[in-house]
Design a protein around this ligand. Sequence first.
Ligand SMILES: [Fe+2]
Ligand SMILES: [Fe+2]
Length: 156
Amino acid sequence: MSDQENALTRILDQAVQFEQGAFDFYSSAIEKVTQPHVRSALGDLAAEEVKHKQQLQALAAGDLETTVTVQKRGQIEDLKLAEYLVAPSLSEDATFQDVLIVAMQREKSSHEFYSTMAGIAEQETAKKLFEFLAQEELVHKNKVETLYDEVVYQQF
Ligand SMILES: [Fe+2]
Ligand SMILES: [Fe+2]
């Protein structure tokens, strides 16, 4: 396996873990609220994160040399792509408002991660998948921002 392929395997694996983490994150956030529409919004987010995980796993399961390669050697390291996939931690007694702040940060990082991947991936299929994921994470960020505004202004 080439260095580049190793770096790709590692970063895709980290992205899979991050998506799993996002699913877990929204699943436990649901426990903090009672409003049905908020619970259902968080449930939708969790479901989409699982789908992202499966899409990445499908991509990583292929022969990486044919499904996804990047333009330059060392690009994944140089662009510090792994740093986008580190979630801020949350204390046990975090309020729902705190949860939403972390959620916004996570979604912003995910969006930036996939946008960057879309920019460096060589294959059209991989590029399209990363663009799609980048777009979905941006939509997620907007949805979380809307929930956040509700929390702040209505103090539920
Ligand atoms: Fe995601
Ligand atoms: Fe997301």
